[in-house]
Design a protein around this ligand. Structure first.
Ligand SMILES: C[C@H](O)[C@H](O)[C@H]1CNC2=NC(N)=NC(=O)C2=N1
Length: 110
């Protein structure tokens, strides 16, 4: 099943973060994203024509975050939005983060 067909599942903690090797296997399903912070986070910088378009994208990512109950950190400004996602409860990556990244890509492409 593709990542975009799945839903972020509640993570109560108590599971190990995904090892780098497993995270790297997911990377071709989330084009444009990169691993940062020793492969404990995902990030992508999205480019826009202006501030309003970046702002509108951030709003849609926010709605996705509420729908999935999985929330990225976002920094945005004129012509860009930097989206970072990881699973705070485990201090690293979970499959949820890849689901969220894949869905964010879909929003960008829509
Ligand atoms: C119960 C619920 O799943 C948690 O509080 C969620 C909310 N959103 C979250 N978002 C992110 N990015 N990481 C988390 O660990 C997290 N926890």
């Amino acid at each position: 099943m593709s990542l975009t067909e799945q839903k972020c599942t509640p993570c109560q903690g108590g599971v190990e973060p995904m090892p780098r090797e497993r995270a790297e296997e997911f990377m071709d399903q989330v084009p444009g994203w990169e691993l940062t912070h020793e492969a404990t986070r995902l990030q992508r910088r999205f480019k826009f024509k202006n501030f309003a378009q970046a702002n509108a994208f951030v709003d849609r990512v926010g709605e996705l975050a509420e729908a999935e109950d999985h929330h990225p950190d976002i920094t945005f400004g004129y012509g860009y939005a930097l989206v970072e996602i990881w699973t705070h409860k485990i201090g690293g990556l979970h499959e949820n983060d890849f689901i969220f990244a894949a869905k964010t890509n879909e929003l960008f492409e829509a």
